[in-house]
Design a binder for this molecule. Structure first.
Ligand code: GCB
Length: 590
């Protein structure tokens, strides 16, 4: 019986959000923010469901034993991980119940949607004691209709969050990043008209056409008139939805194309009756020709940096626009035109700021190391997480690469899982390229040969290579002879070495800045000689929290492979990389 219940609950979680009835452009909607201080009860033994924490209404009865009270409980900031808000929660993995009460006055004829930008990892959402729904997956948005459960006056919102790792989760038991729990991104109460624009997309096609599509949802989605305007292009068009609420149109246009050097964004508006949604979007094409990546038809070399979504000057999950500006400002300062958002979908600000700054994005889902590739429910979850990421980010010109995996084992079951995932990604979004970070190669005396079957599945091959750190002497890296069985672009999606910023030590001492510099120097020689190379993203911008890195006095639970320290201080290797990128840029301009 137990296994049936478990299976059902997994399906329940998966099916809850598979429908993807998300709202496009949540930040641009009419809304009330539910960010701020929330009350929180830590519940390591999961007593909350039985004791009905979800029914809390702010008035613990005097005559009945009630062993919890949100009003007197600890406070946590939302958005925010719980680990860095209270020392006692630093290592915590389990349930925390969040509660917030808010005043609401329904406007006549309006609908309300509760929208969460992300909660890690499981969320159960209760409004005034009613379960609105559940969601699984720590880095993507989800929403529930709240109209019926909302009251005029005081409302009590309770969210049970659980970040305990499980074998059939994505990611699964082991990751080299911190398992930050909590309501890590904004919470919004979005106001909608009974019939509303749910989704839209703008796509630029080679040869000078723009395709627009719109989905209207709600009370009467059919035969609705939606006016689309791109004022800088002098374009205004009227679309009429079909019986399912969908409409699309393709027209000729000559926009200035989005490039890292000139990241032109166009204002777009969509109007349905008295509702107008505005956004900014760029137009570009990305494709592969042999071993070249072509941006707007021209070969491009990706000068990148890998980034974890952590705060710029400390540990903790980043979520705000200011943080995105600091992190991506550093990428620009380094000379990057590309960023790898490792290893999960980053918050929407990161994507929007990348669009604005002209940074091409590798966006990734956390299919990381050895997940349950033989479990069809896990495949469904991977598709769901990809679907939610794509839905949110499809209008970001910056995104050129969808990464479906990082360092997965070279087995048949994994290859068939990832082949199916790649096919789903391609069918859903034919306008971008599919990639993955791969770390299995055949090693022979004559070199390292990229020949595994999965490399044949992706459009662009990502290779993680830790020559000079986990294996081989740094000087060996410069001698590496790479070969590929595939005539495809290769991105060195990771290479690197750990260093504690400011730590004394010569170039033979692990974790000294000098050793890190030595590893980078040798790897750059390797890269200069690498066939098919279309880009690099060294590992990584900044030191980040990692439970797998215990070396006391050096790591102290930080992965030290940053070009910047955990406080954002530049290590020596920063300047080496900056010079190499300046050289690459000059070569490219020639
Ligand atoms: C990798 C992983 C990355 C790790 C890194 C490391 O290959 O993709 O998540 O953090 O190596 O530092 O070992």
């Amino acid at each position: 019986m137990k296994s049936v219940i478990v299976a059902l609950s997994v399906l329940f979680f998966a099916s809850q959000s598979l429908a993807l009835d998300l709202l496009q452009n949540a930040p641009g909607r009419q809304q009330t923010s539910l960010n701020g201080q929330w009350n929180a009860i830590v519940d390591p033994f999961d007593v909350g469901d039985k004791r009905k924490f979800q029914n809390f209404d702010g008035t613990p009865p005097a005559d009945k034993l009630q062993e919890f009270n949100f009003d007197s409980a600890m406070k946590l900031s939302v958005p925010g991980d719980w680990n860095t808000q209270d020392d006692k929660l630093f290592w915590y993995e389990g349930s925390v119940w969040y509660e917030k009460s808010f005043e609401h006055q329904a406007k006549p004829g309006k609908e309300y949607m509760l929208y969460f930008d992300a909660v890690n990892y499981l969320a159960s959402v209760y409004l005034n004691g009613t379960l609105l729904g559940k969601h699984e997956g720590g880095f993507t948005p989800f929403q529930f209709k709240a109209t019926d459960a909302l009251k005029d006056g005081k409302n009590v919102l309770v969210v049970k969050v659980n970040n305990r790792r499980e074998p059939d989760f994505i990611p699964t038991m082991s990751t080299d990043w911190w398992n930050y729990g909590g309501i890590t991104r904004p919470v919004r109460l979005i106001e909608l008209s009974p019939t509303y624009i749910q989704d839209y997309s703008f796509t630029y096609k080679k040869g000078g056409t723009i395709a627009v599509s719109v989905t209207v949802a709600g009370e009467s989605p059919a035969k609705q008139k939606v006016d689309i305007a791109l004022p800088q292009l002098g374009i205004s068009k009227r679309l009429t939805t079909d019986a399912t609420g969908k409409a699309s149109l393709t027209f000729k246009a000559k926009p200035e194309l989005w490039t890292p050097e000139s990241p032109t964004l166009y204002s777009a508006s969509l109007t349905l009756g008295d509702q107008t949604l505005t956004d900014k979007t760029g137009f570009r094409t990305i494709e592969v020709d042999g071993d070249k990546m072509l941006l707007n038809g021209k070969p491009v070399f990706l000068r990148g940096i890998a980034i974890h979504e952590e705060k710029p000057f400390s540990d903790g999950r980043a979520w705000s626009e200011e943080e995105a500006r600091v992190l991506l400002g550093w990428a620009k300062e380094l000379g990057s035109n590309y960023v790898r958002f490792a290893h999960y979908p980053h918050n929407e600000n990161m994507l929007r700021v990348a669009d604005e700054l002209g940074l091409m994005v590798w966006a990734e889902i956390p299919v990381y190391w050895d997940i349950q590739f033989d479990n069809p429910e896990v495949l469904a979850k991977a598709k769901q997480q990809f679907g939610e990421m794509l839905f949110r980010d499809k209008n970001r010109a910056a995104v050129i690469l969808w990464s479906i995996a990082n360092e997965t084992p070279n087995t048949e079951v994994r290859t068939s899982f990832l082949t199916e995932l790649a096919n789903t990604v391609r069918t859903t979004d034919p306008t971008r390229l599919v990639t993955a970070a791969i770390n299995t190669q055949t090693t022979t005396d004559s070199g390292r040969i990229i020949d595994e079957a999965f490399a044949g599945v992706v459009d662009v091959i990502g290779i993680n290579s830790y020559c000079g750190w986990y294996y081989d002497k740094p000087e060996t890296c410069a001698q590496y002879k790479w070969q590929s069985a595939y005539n495809k672009p290769i991105i060195i999606s990771e290479f690197g070495a750990g260093a504690l910023q400011g730590w004394e030590g010569d170039e033979n001492t692990f974790f000294s800045e000098a050793y890190q510099l030595r590893v980078f120097k040798q790897n750059l020689i390797m890269l200069d000689n690498m066939p098919h190379l279309a880009g690099v993203s060294p590992w990584l911008l900044k030191d980040f929290r990692a439970a797998r890195r215990p070396l006391a006095g050096v790591q102290d639970y930080w992965n030290r492979k940053g070009l910047l320290s955990d406080q954002g201080i530049k290590k020596q290797v920063w300047y080496l990389m900056q010079d190499w990128y300046a050289k690459k840029e000059r070569e490219h301009q020639r």
